[in-house]
Write a protein that binds this ligand. Structure first.
Ligand SMILES: NC(=O)c1ccc[n+]([C@@H]2O[C@H](COP(=O)([O-])OP(=O)(O)OC[C@H]3O[C@@H](n4cnc5c(N)ncnc54)[C@H](O)[C@@H]3O)[C@@H](O)[C@H]2O)c1
Ligand SMILES: O=C(O)[C@H](O)CO
Length: 324
């Protein structure tokens, strides 16, 4: 019998998925869950048939620019792949896959959670109560913003953006407007009666809640900057479950501090796990540690999707989620 392919996984994965990996492959798991260094990742490409990183591993050109690698497939755990330099991967002949669809629902749930938490001042309220500073109900206490019936603006009308739109429309009776960098098939907008706008600026000016759902990476670096934040209504809320680098964090903190926008709900940060001190100071920002896909069933489904990609690849078939 031929030797099992050698597979390296960079971080701990759900137990059931790790168990299946052990059954199918000669797998090395990262029991300590400590992130790998660039040198360790480079070495892994020389020693394993498959390399399975995740969104917190920086798989850049310095890692991928290798010759004589044993690895053929980089099967990433997560849908976003801006942590992988796909041009460098292609140049070195690696196949790259991700895990789309299975996490759209949970990530959209979190976008809605952040919308409500920021609009209804959930973080501030909880902090006040836990600090023993709550003096009781009164008509003027901690007044938030009503989102039901408002306008939900989606930037990046892809899988997660559309799912968030569905929840906002059917759950909160919101009108949906969107901008996407590429044409969107009319049937994908029809369900929520979503109306296209021809520019990011149009969505920023009109929406009560703006939810970001485009990929990160250099193409979308600081897409939401000081000038664009100035277009938002003073009552509007910005939600980011996409990638931290899409927003200029200091400009956002300045807008939040000055009250030129009402609030923000952020799940992702440029340079995470570091968070800008200026954002930490904003009472009107709800800040979460990248929890978009963090449910048991979703994290398992992401693992099964990696396995599906690996199995296809090792059978000589095209993996369904090839991105490079
Ligand atoms: N917070 C989390 O835990 C979490 C979980 C899953 C995904 N994500 C992030 O969400 C992103 C979106 O995932 P998806 O599955 O919906 O991807 P997707 O490819 O289905 O959708 C992204 C959409 O953004 C559009 N787009 C790209 N650049 C744009 C721009 N400048 N302006 C407007 N639209 C633009 C694309 O055309 C596409 O329609 C991922 O790339 C990932 O970074 C975060
Ligand atoms: O891109 C992704 O998949 C998220 O950031 C983590 O689930």
């Amino acid at each position: 019998m031929a030797d099992k392919p050698k597979v390296l996984v960079t971080r701990r994965w759900p137990e059931a998925v790790e168990a299946k990996l052990k059954e199918l492959y000669d797998v090395t798991l990262n029991e300590s869950d400590v992130p790998m260094t660039a040198d360790e990742m480079r070495q892994a490409l020389m020693d394993y048939d498959a390399f399975c990183p995740t969104v917190s591993d920086k798989v850049d050109a310095s890692v991928l620019d290798v010759s004589g690698a044993r690895t053929k497939i980089i099967a990433s755990y997560g849908v976003g792949y801006s942590h992988i330099d796909t041009d460098a991967a292609k140049k070195s002949g690696f196949v790259v896959t991700n895990t789309p669809e299975v996490l759209s629902n949970c990530t959209a749930d979190l976008a809605i959670t952040l919308m409500l938490a920021a609009a209804r001042r959930i973080g501030e309220g909880e902090r006040e109560l836990r600090a023993g500073k709550w003096t009781g109900w009164r008509p003027t206490h901690m007044i938030g913003t009503r989102v039901s019936g408002g306008t939900f603006g989606v930037l990046g009308f892809g899988r997660i953006g559309r799912e968030a739109a569905r929840k906002a429309h059917f759950g909160f009776d919101m009108k949906v407007i969107y901008y996407d960098a590429f044409p969107v098939k009319p049937e994908l907008a029809a369900e929520t009666k979503a109306e296209a706008r021809d520019a990011i600026e149009a969505v920023l000016k009109e929406a009560d809640v703006i939810s970001l759902h485009m990929p990160g990476g250099k193409e979308n670096y600081h897409l939401i900057n000081e000038a664009r934040l100035k277009l938002m209504k003073p009552t509007a809320i910005l939600v980011n479950t996409a990638r931290g680098e899409v927003v200029d964090g200091d400009a956002l903190a300045a807008a939040l501090q000055a009250g030129t926008i009402a609030g923000a709900g952020l799940d992702v940060f440029e340079g995470e796990p570091k968070v800008l001190p200026s954002l930490l100071e904003c009472e009107n920002a709800v800040l979460l540690p990248h929890l978009g896909s963090a449910t048991k069933s979703t994290r398992e489904a992401m693992g099964w999707r990696v396995l599906e990609n690996l199995e296809a690849y090792f059978k000589g078939e095209a993996p369904r989620d090839r991105v490079a």
